[in-house]
Ligand binder design. Structure first.
Ligand code: CMP
Length: 158
């Protein structure tokens, strides 16, 4: 049975602990070797307005204030990647929220022990991804280009 071909984009945030622990290169390496295409990239200090919007669904959770404080504790790296069925693939590369429950081999499984300081954020659906990308990137900050390995990554039937 052939799979549905979905070209998807995702917002990935390398959180303050990724920078402080010197894991930026390692994380990029994992997404690049998987075959994801980097189409947008910037380093920022997150502020309340963006965080309140980004984490609006966690507003009533007991960890909300601590999460915001953590996300403001150092700069973050914002990355937009694209690929066929990228959302599902990225979530497997990243692993589940709590580092201590994540499987070895995933980013959180290999580098995180915490539920809060879990190294990266990745969009949880294609719809959320588009909202998150729009929150942090202007259209002109995203790049459309061909990668020569494309036909080698994706066979005709995906
Ligand atoms: P993220 O994927 O960015 O989405 C929401 C974030 O809230 C999550 O990663 C963690 O950083 C944080 N988070 C989720 N659950 C908890 C928790 N139980 N305690 C503290 N922080 C949490």
């Amino acid at each position: 049975m052939s799979e549905i071909i979905n070209e998807e984009r995702s917002l990935i945030i390398l959180k303050p602990d990724a920078l402080q622990r010197g894991l930026v290169g390692e994380i990029f390496h994992r997404f690049e070797r998987k075959g994801l295409k980097i189409i947008g990239l910037k380093m920022v200090e997150l502020e309340d307005v963006a965080l309140d919007e980004h984490y609006a669904h966690h507003k009533d959770k007991p960890f909300f204030d601590a999460l915001k404080k953590f996300m403001k504790s150092a700069p973050v790296v914002l990355v937009v990647v694209s690929g066929i069925n990228a959302i599902r693939a990225i979530r497997l590369v990243v692993g589940p929220t709590k580092g201590y429950e994540a499987e070895a081999g995933s980013i959180r499984g290999d580098f995180a022990m915490s539920g809060q300081s879990n190294i990266v954020h990745a969009s949880d659906s294609a719809e959320t991804a588009e909202q998150e990308i729009k929150r942090f990137f202007k259209p002109e900050e995203l790049f459309d280009y061909q990668k020569p390995d494309f036909p080698w990554l994706y066979s005709d039937s995906v």
